[in-house]
Write a protein that binds this ligand. Structure first.
Ligand code: ADP
Ligand code: ZN
Ligand code: ZN
Length: 753
C-alpha cells in the first residue's frame, strides 16, 4: 500500500502518514484533504515512502485529492524544508503559511479570470483634448489605457476615484473590459494599441525563439557609466552570485533594475522584485508596465483581494507573469523560470516577519537564488551592516552608484540645529519655522518628520508627577487631543482624557513631548493660511486616504507635510525642498544596538525626499547633539565612514554581523512561570556545552504588554553553522519544557530587542 507523508497546519515538527486508496493518484506537491482527529484538513504531499511506523489499524486514507492545475514544485518544497529547518518552525505550518489563502482552503485551486480594461474603437478615436479640463482622472485613465491594457488595481493606482471614473468611461462606450485567464500566454493586446514612440522603444526579438517572441522595451535613458558597469557585472555573471547595489538616493537604482529585467526577459526568464511596502507596489507596477508595455507584470501583496492574489500567484506559477513585484511573502511564489531576484531597500526591517515563521525574505531570497544558481541583487542607499560587511569581505560583490543620475539634481544640504541653544516653540525651533515661511513664500513644500503619532507621548501632573501609564502595559498612554483621549499604542486600551490628576486631583495636567498632532497645531498657529497635511497611521486609516493625500501633494495643493516614517519611503515629491527632522535623539541612547543604524537609514531616506527635481533641497536636524558622528556623517553624505565606524563598534562589542544570534522569548500572566521557563531553557542550553555564548534571562524592552509579563534569552555563536547545530540539539529540550500557559517563540537572526 503506498504511504504518503503530508504537511499539515499543526504546531508539531513532523509530517503525517496516510495511505492512498486504490485508484486515487497522488503526486508530490499536490494538495489533499485528510482526516486529522475529528476534522478534515488540507495538506500538501511532501513525499512518498515505502513504509511507516504508524500501526496499520491506525493509518487512515486520504479523503480527497484536490484537482489543482499543477502541484507545488520540488524546488519550492525544498525551499520550505530549508526554512522550517533554519527557522526552527514546524514543517507543516511553514508550508501552509507560505501559501496564499486560497491554497490553504479545501477548494480546488483554479482561479477565476480577472477583468482587464482597454480602449474601445471609439475610445481610441477620441481626442483627449475634447474632454473637459476638470475630468483629470478620466483623462489619466484614457492616456494609460492608450499605452496598454490595465486591470482595476493598476488603474486605482492612478487615482483614488479611478473605480467610479472607469464606470463612467465604460458607460460612454470608450472603454471595454476583457477577461484574462492564467492560461493566456501573453496578456491579450487590443488591435488599436498605440505603437510605442519611435526612437525611444525597441522591439526585442527573443533569443532562441520560445513562446514569447518579443517584448517592447522603453529605453528611456542612456545609462550612466556607473549604471552600465553595474548592469554588465550582473548580466555577465554566471550561476549564483549576490550583488550589493549601493547607490545614493536618486542615483538611478531603479533604472539598473529595469535594464536587468530587460536582459532577463530577452532570454525568456522571470524576474522577482521584492519591495518593503504594499503602499508602493501599485505605483511600481504601473512604472514597470510603462517601461515594458506588453509584458505581463503582476504584484503579490496583502493589499490584493484573495481572488486577485491567487490569480496572480497562478500566473507566476505558470511562468506567464514575467515580472513579479511583491512584499516579503512573494519570496515563496512559484517561479519556474526565475532568472533574477532583486531586493529593493534591502536594509528595510519589514522584510523580516515578526510572528509565526519568523523569516527574513531577503535571506530566504538569497538562499533561493543560490539553490537555483541565478544572480540576486540587493539594492539600497544605506545597506544593512550585515550586507555591507559581506560585500566588504568579498562574499557579495559590491556595485556602487556614487552620483545622482540627473546631473541637475544635487544632494541636499544637511545642517544640525542645536535645540539647547535656540528659541523653541513647543518642539519646533525658530530657525526651522523661518525656513518653512520662506518655502511657503516661494510656493515650495516643506516636510516635518517626527516618528511619533498623537499629540504628546505622555500626559503629566505638575503637582505630584503622575504620568499617564497604561494599566495593562509597562508603557505610557499617548495623548490624542482632538479625540480627547489617552491611548496605549501597545495594547489599544484607551480612556477619556482626565481633567484632574487621578492621584492628587490637581487640575494642572500638561502634555510632555510632541507627536504629529502637536506639531500640526504649532504650525497652524504660526502659518494660519498654510495648507498643512498630517500623514500618519491615524490620518490614513481609511484605505484611500493616503492615496488621495499623495495626489494632493503632487498637485502642489499642500504647503507643509507633517508625518511619520510613512512619508520617508520612496515617494517622489518634486516641489519639496525642505525637510525638518524633529526629535531624532532617542535613537542615540536606545538599548537596541541597531537603533543608530535604523536612524541613519531613515534620515538618509527622508533627506532624499528634498530637492529631487531641479531645485536644491535642504535638511535641518533638530538635536541636542549636533556634533554626534551620526549627524556629521549625514552632513557629509558619508555612508562609508559611518558604516566603518559602526562595524568597528559592533566588532568590539561582539554584535552582529560578527556574531549570529537567536532570541528565545516568553510571555505569560504569571511572572514566575515566564522566568521559570526561560531559566530552565537556559540551564538546558548551558548543559549542551556547545561553542555558544548563553546570555542571561532579562525582561523584554517592554516588560509588560496587555497584562502579560515578557522576558527573553539571547544566545550567540561565532558562525551560522555552530548556531544551527546548537539549535538542533536545543529545540527538543525546549519542546519538553512545560509551557502550556506561556507564549514562547524562537527568533533566528532577530531584529527586534
Ligand atoms: P534611486 O532609486 O536610486 O533613488 P531613481 O531610480 O528613482 O533613483 O532615479 C532618480 C531619477 O533619475 C529618476 O527620475 C530617473 O528617471 C532618473 N534617471 C535614472 N537613470 C538615469 C539616466 N541614466 N539618465 C537620466 N536620468 C536617469
Ligand atoms: Zn497629581
Ligand atoms: Zn497598553
Amino acid at each position: 500500500m503506498p504511504i504518503i507523508r503530508i504537511a499539515l497546519d499543526v504546531p508539531l515538527p513532523t509530517l503525517f502518514d496516510y495511505t492512498v486508496a486504490d485508484g486515487m493518484e497522488t503526486v508530490v506537491g499536490q494538495r489533499v484533504v485528510v482526516p486529522f482527529g475529528k476534522r478534515q484538513m488540507v495538506g500538501v504531499v511532501m513525499e512518498r515512502v515505502a513504509a511507516t511506523e504508524v500501526a496499520p489499524e491506525r493509518i487512515k486514507p486520504v479523503t480527497q485529492v484536490l484537482p489543482d492545475s499543477a502541484p507545488l514544485s520540488a524546488e519550492l518544497l525544498d525551499l520550505l524544508r530549508f526554512c522550517s529547518d533554519y527557522y526552527r518552525y514546524p514543517i507543516g505550518q511553514t508550508v501552509l503559511s507560505a501559501l496564499p489563502a486560497r491554497l490553504r482552503s479545501d477548494k480546488p485551486f483554479t482561479s477565476k479570470p480577472i477583468l482587464n480594461y482597454r480602449l474601445s474603437a471609439g475610445g481610441a478615436a477620441l481626442d483627449l483634448k475634447s474632454l473637459p479640463k476638470r475630468k483629470v482622472v478620466q483623462r489619466r485613465i484614457l492616456a494609460r489605457l492608450a499605452e496598454h491594457p490595465c486591470n482595476l488595481a493598476q488603474l486605482k493606482a492612478l487615482s483614488a476615484t479611478a473605480g467610479a471614473q472607469l464606470k463612467a468611461l465604460m458607460l460612454e462606450g470608450w472603454v471595454e473590459s476583457f477577461a484574462s485567464t492564467p492560461t493566456l500566454a501573453l496578456m491579450e493586446l487590443p488591435a488599436n494599441r498605440l505603437s510605442p514612440q519611435a526612437g525611444k522603444s525597441l522591439v526585442v526579438p527573443l533569443q532562441g525563439g520560445g513562446d514569447h517572441a518579443q517584448h517592447t522595451f522603453d529605453n528611456a535613458h542612456t545609462l550612466t557609466g556607473e549604471q552600465q558597469l553595474a548592469v554588465d557585472a550582473v548580466t555577465q555573471s554566471s550561476g549564483y552570485a549576490c550583488f550589493l547595489l549601493h547607490g545614493i538616493t536618486g542615483s538611478g537604482k531603479t533604472e539598473v533594475y529595469v535594464h536587468l529585467m530587460h536582459h532577463v526577459l530577452q532570454s525568456g526568464g522571470q524576474a522577482l522584485l521584492l519591495v518593503p511596502e504594499i503602499n508602493l507596489t501599485p505605483q511600481l507596477e504601473n512604472y514597470f508596465l510603462s517601461r515594458f508595455p506588453d509584458v505581463n507584470v503582476i504584484s503579490l501583496h496583502s493589499g490584493l483581494s484573495e481572488g486577485e492574489r491567487s490569480h496572480n500567484w497562478q500566473q507566476a506559477q505558470l511562468g506567464v507573469a514575467r515580472i513579479v513585484l511583491g512584499t516579503r511573502l512573494s519570496v515563496f511564489a512559484e517561479l519556474p523560470k526565475l532568472a533574477l531576484t532583486i531586493v529593493d531597500e534591502e536594509h528595510d526591517s519589514s522584510f523580516k516577519q515578526q510572528d509565526g515563521l519568523r523569516y527574513s525574505a531577503r535571506d530566504v531570497a538569497i538562499f533561493r537564488a543560490n539553490q537555483r544558481g541565478v544572480p540576486i541583487v540587493l539594492g539600497s542607499a544605506t545597506p544593512s551592516l550585515e550586507s555591507y560587511h559581506n560585500a566588504l569581505s568579498g562574499r557579495y560583490r559590491m556595485l556602487r552608484l556614487t552620483g545622482r543620475a540627473l546631473a541637475a539634481a544635487s544632494l541636499p544640504k544637511v545642517r544640525s540645529i542645536n535645540i539647547t541653544q535656540t528659541l523653541m516653540h513647543h518642539g519646533i525651533s525658530e530657525i526651522l519655522l523661518r525656513e518653512i515661511g520662506l518655502r511657503i513664500a516661494r510656493q515650495e513644500q516643506s516636510l516635518l518628520f517626527i516618528n511619533r503619532r498623537g499629540y504628546a507621548p505622555v500626559l503629566m501632573c505638575t503637582g505630584c508627577g503622575w504620568l499617564s501609564g497604561c494599566r495593562n502595559c509597562a508603557g505610557k498612554m499617548v495623548l490624542h487631543l482632538k479625540e480627547q483621549r489617552l491611548r496605549c499604542h501597545h495594547c489599544g486600551y484607551q480612556i477619556r482624557m482626565p481633567h484632574n490628576c487621578p492621584d492628587c486631583g490637581n487640575a494642572d495636567l500638561v502634555p510632555v513631548g510632541s507627536g504629529t498632532q502637536r506639531v500640526e497645531g504649532v504650525l497652524q498657529e504660526r502659518f494660519p493660511d498654510a495648507r498643512i497635511l498630517r500623514v500618519d497611521r491615524d490620518s490614513t486609516r481609511n484605505k484611500r486616504a493616503w492615496q488621495t493625500m499623495r495626489e494632493q501633494i503632487h498637485a502642489n495643493q499642500v504647503d507643509i507635510l507633517v508625518g511619520t516614517q510613512m512619508l520617508a519611503k520612496g515617494h517622489d515629491f518634486p516641489a519639496l525642498t525642505l525637510v525638518g527632522v524633529l526629535n531624532p535623539d532617542s535613537a542615540l541612547y536606545s538599548s537596541d544596538f541597531r537603533a543608530p543604524e535604523k536612524l541613519f537609514a531613515q534620515l538618509v531616506q527622508v533627506a532624499g525626499r528634498a530637492g529631487r527635481a531641479d531645485k536644491p533641497g535642504e535638511v535641518l536636524i533638530q538635536t541636542a547633539f549636533p556634533d554626534h558622528p551620526l549627524f556629521r556623517a549625514l552632513q557629509t553624505h558619508d555612508f562609508e565612514g559611518w558604516a566603518a565606524s559602526q562595524l568597528a563598534e559592533r566588532q568590539m562589542a561582539g554584535f552582529p554581523p560578527f556574531v549570529y544570534q537567536v532570541m528565545l522569548r516568553a510571555e505569560g500572566k504569571q511572572e514566575n512561570e515566564v522566568y521559570q521557563y526561560l531559566n530552565d531553557a537556559r540551564t538546558a542550553a548551558v548543559s549542551l556545552q556547545h561553542e555558544v555564548d548563553v546570555l542571561g534571562v532579562v525582561p523584554a524592552a517592554l516588560p509588560r504588554r496587555a497584562n502579560h509579563l515578557r522576558a527573553q534569552l539571547l544566545i550567540q555563536a561565532a558562525s551560522r553553522r555552530t548556531l544551527q547545530q546548537f539549535l538542533r540539539a536545543w529545540q527538543p529540550m525546549l519542546d519538553a519544557l512545560p509551557a502550556a500557559k506561556l507564549r514562547c517563540s524562537l527568533d533566528i537572526d532577530p531584529l527586534e530587542f
